[in-house]
Design a protein around this ligand. Structure first.
Ligand SMILES: *[C@@H]1O[C@H](CO)[C@@H](O)[C@H](O)[C@H]1NC(C)=O
Length: 220
C-alpha cells in the first residue's frame, strides 16, 4: 500500500521523512523496553517494560492513523484506529501511574523506617533493640482519632517524600495530567476540551522542564 518513497516530489519526500521519523518513535519505545526488562525490582520491571510496549503499540497505531489521514491508506477506519491508539496510550499511562505509586510507597516506607529509627535511637541504645515494642507508642485514645492521626501521618510522609524527590513528583503530575486526555477521547471520563487542553499544556511544560533540567527526569 505504501507508495510514499516511489515519487520524487518534495511533498512525497517530506511525507516519507515524517514516516521514518514516526517509525523511530516505535523503535525507541521498543529499545527502552529492552533496556528495562533487566531491572532487578520485579514490580518496576513489569510496569515500566509493559508501559514501553504499550507506548510502542500506541505509536504504531498512531502511524497507521497518520497514514490514513495523509491518504496513503484511504480505506482506513480512522475512528477505530484512533480509539485503538488511545487505548494503548491509556494503558501505558495507567502503568506509569502504578509505577509512580509503587515508588512513592517504597520511599514512604523507607522514610517512616528511618524516622522511627531516629526516635528509637534517641530513647534506647541502638545495640539493644526490643522487637516486641516495634517502635510504636500505645497512644490510642479513640479509634476515630487514631485513624485520623494515622492518615495525617501518612499524608505528612507523602508530602515529605514528594518534596524530597522532585523527579517523582514531576512524573506523577505529568502522568496525572496526561491521563485525562485518553479518558476524554475514549469517552470514559469526558472532561471537556478546555480542561483536556489545559492538561496537555501543563504536561508539555513539565516535559520541557525535564529536558531543560535532565536531573528532573525519573530514572530508569
Ligand atoms: C511513561 O513512562 C516512561 C518511562 O519513564 C516514559 O518514557 C513515557 O513517556 C511515559 N508516558 C507514557 C505515555 O508512556
Amino acid at each position: 500500500h505504501c507508495t510514499c518513497c516511489t515519487h520524487g516530489t518534495a511533498a512525497n519526500l517530506s511525507v516519507c521523512f515524517v514516516s521514518v521519523m514516526r517509525l523511530g518513535n516505535s523503535a525507541e519505545a521498543l529499545e527502552a523496553a529492552k533496556r528495562t526488562v533487566h531491572l532487578s525490582d520485579c514490580v518496576l520491571r513489569l510496569c515500566i517494560t509493559v508501559a514501553h510496549l504499550n507506548r510502542a503499540m500506541y505509536f504504531a497505531c498512531d502511524n497507521v492513523l497518520w497514514a490514513g489521514k495523509t491518504g496513503l491508506l484511504p480505506e482506513l477506519d480512522q475512528n477505530k484506529w484512533s480509539q485503538r491508539s488511545f487505548r494503548f496510550y491509556l494503558f501505558a499511562l495507567i502503568l506509569n501511574l502504578t509505577r509512580d505509586a509503587y515508588e512513592t510507597h517504597l520511599l514512604m516506607e523507607r522514610e517512616s523506617r528511618s524516622s522511627a529509627a531516629k526516635s528509637f535511637n534517641c530513647s534506647l541504645s541502638p545495640l539493644t533493640p526490643s522487637p516486641e515494642n516495634g517502635g510504636e507508642l500505645p497512644l490510642t485514645p479513640s479509634p476515630s482519632s487514631a485513624l485520623s492521626a494515622g492518615l495525617n501521618k501518612q499524608f505528612q510522609l507523602l508530602i515529605t517524600v514528594l518534596r524530597n524527590n522532585p523527579p517523582l513528583l514531576l512524573d506523577l503530575l505529568k502522568n496525572l495530567c496526561d491521563v485525562f486526555i485518553p479518558l476524554d477521547r475514549l469517552g470514559l471520563y469526558p472532561t471537556g476540551s478546555g480542561f483536556v487542553g489545559a492538561c496537555g499544556l501543563t504536561s508539555s511544560v513539565l516535559s520541557i522542564l525535564t529536558i531543560v533540567h535532565p536531573w528532573l527526569k525519573l530514572k530508569p
